[in-house]
Ligand binder design. Structure first.
Ligand SMILES: Cc1cc2nc3c(=O)[nH]c(=O)nc-3n(C[C@H](O)[C@H](O)[C@H](O)COP(=O)(O)OP(=O)(O)OC[C@H]3O[C@@H](n4cnc5c(N)ncnc54)[C@H](O)[C@@H]3O)c2cc1C
Length: 398
């Protein structure tokens, strides 16, 4: 159920508690908490019409359902399949295996998952405005104003910028103008379930190929219920190399019988950006009447690429502080700095840990970095505890 903007008026006189820009996992989670737990009036705005897709692997670590326990009872509606383990390949294509008795994670289709989270927020009273791009904001003494591309504007006490990797809210609020980002190409191919069952079995493992053909990054293969999700990611300056390697990677997967030779890979695949661990390097994650969450903040892991859990977590943290700000009617940076304290308590340690792993393998020139990645894999093969440590961080176990 979307909210219809009155075509006759250019300024909505109704002022809400919080205007959230972006209805991905971060924005919808913030909206859900504000409406469901704190009974606040919320507008959730997205430039896309839903259901909308988002280039992504769609891997959820099991901690999503541990923390956001209201999703447990609807897990079967959200997920495609559980996954019980992974194969990690080093640059020399030798393999390490990680298996668990219980699901390590779950594979979802983002088109379904994000729509579900948005619908859940709407079911708790959030007003959803879709197909409307936010182009500017204005922060005044008594209000925060959001300007839409169609000329309308909306007022709220607070703005939560959940508008992803190219956040307009971050720019217009002056929080930052540019973030360092990783780049990925990804495709999701529909094939029938029996064919996927035959290759991967019911306990769907996921596959990671670090340093594939000397890329400083990794390729992945996620076998979902009846989709294969395949991608490669690396640093922002590796876009061309990743594009060139992608068909080579898919052919390699075919040779290894991990992808049926019969399938035709679309010529067209999505390239997408991911801001990893950049939140730690921001001066601030807030400004007067503005909080940033999710990819707009930069809380995804630079080792695994996981960002959904952290986006939802920062959404919850922002909702808690927004609610306190509304209680006390304090919306200035002095008060909102508590948000930064809260999300850092929540996420900074793991961002630092992945930062440390990245440091091991990212200083020096390309040859040097590859040598370090190879060395790290060799050590993990010989030191069980090191592999255990890596895998636990990778899969979001504390
Ligand atoms: C290729 C790839 C693979 C990934 N794989 C995984 C994975 O397997 N597991 C995992 O956990 N993470 C993964 N991630 C990371 C994950 O996708 C992100 O961290 C997560 O989607 C961030 O959620 P978000 O809500 O902050 O932003 P998004 O999901 O990007 O949502 C932002 C929303 O804001 C809207 N918006 C943007 N600008 C405006 C505007 N001006 N006005 C109105 N609306 C606007 C957009 O339409 C969008 O709906 C991957 C990322 C990439 C790029």
């Amino acid at each position: 159920m979307g909210f219809k903007l009155d075509r006759q008026r250019s300024d909505l006189t109704l002022k809400v508690d919080v205007v959230i820009v972006g209805a991905g996992p971060a924005g919808s989670t913030a909206a859900y908490y504000l409406a469901n737990k704190f009974n606040r009036k919320v507008f959730l705005i997205d430039k896309a019409f839903f259901p909308r897709d988002k280039p992504c692997g769609g891997y959820l670590t099991s901690r999503v359902f541990t923390r956001f326990n209201y999703l447990r009872k609807v897990k079967n509606k959200i997920i495609e399949v559980p996954t019980y383990g992974s194969y990690f390949y080093g640059p020399d294509l030798s393999q390490l295996e990680w298996r668990m008795e219980n699901p390590v994670g779950y594979l979802v289709l983002r088109i379904k998952f994000d729509n579900f989270l948005k619908d859940l927020a709407v079911s708790r009273g959030v007003q959803f405005i879709e197909g409307q791009e936010v182009v500017d904001i204005s922060i005044r003494k008594n209000t925060a104003q959001i300007m839409l591309a169609n000329g309308h504007s909306i007022h709220g006490n607070l703005i939560i910028g959940a508008d992803g990797v190219r956040s307009i809210i971050a720019k217009k609020s002056g929080i930052y103008s540019k973030l360092d980002k990783g780049i990925c190409v990804v495709t999701e191919i529909k094939i029938n379930k029996e064919e996927i069952d035959e290759i991967f079995g019911e306990k769907r493992p996921t596959y990671y190929f670090y340093g594939f053909k000397d890329i400083i990054g990794y390729g992945w293969l996620f076998p979902k219920k009846n989709h294969l999700n395949i991608g490669i990611g690396g640093p922002s300056n590796a876009g061309r190399e990743i594009g060139r390697l992608f068909p080579i990677f898919i052919n390699y997967l075919k040779q290894e019988n991990l992808v049926p030779v019969s399938i035709k890979i679309k010529e067209k695949f999505s390239a997408a950006l991911i801001p990893t661990s950049t939140a730690l390097y921001l001066n601030h994650s807030y400004s007067d009447r503005v909080l940033l969450v999710g990819d707009a903040l930069g809380v995804a892991s630079s080792v695994s690429g996981e960002g959904i859990y952290q986006s939802m977590a920062s959404g919850e943290d922002a909702a808690i502080i927004a609610n306190q700000a509304l209680d006390e009617q304090k919306f200035d940076t002095e008060f909102l700095r508590q948000y930064e304290k809260l999300w850092k308590k929540d996420l900074a340690n793991e961002l630092k840990m992945v930062g440390n792993i990245m440091q091991l393998g990212s200083s020096g020139d390309k040859r040097e970095i590859l040598r370090k990645i190879k060395y790290f894999f060799e050590r993990m093969r010989n030191e069980k505890e090191l592999f255990e440590y890596f895998a636990r961080i990778f899969f979001g176990f504390k």
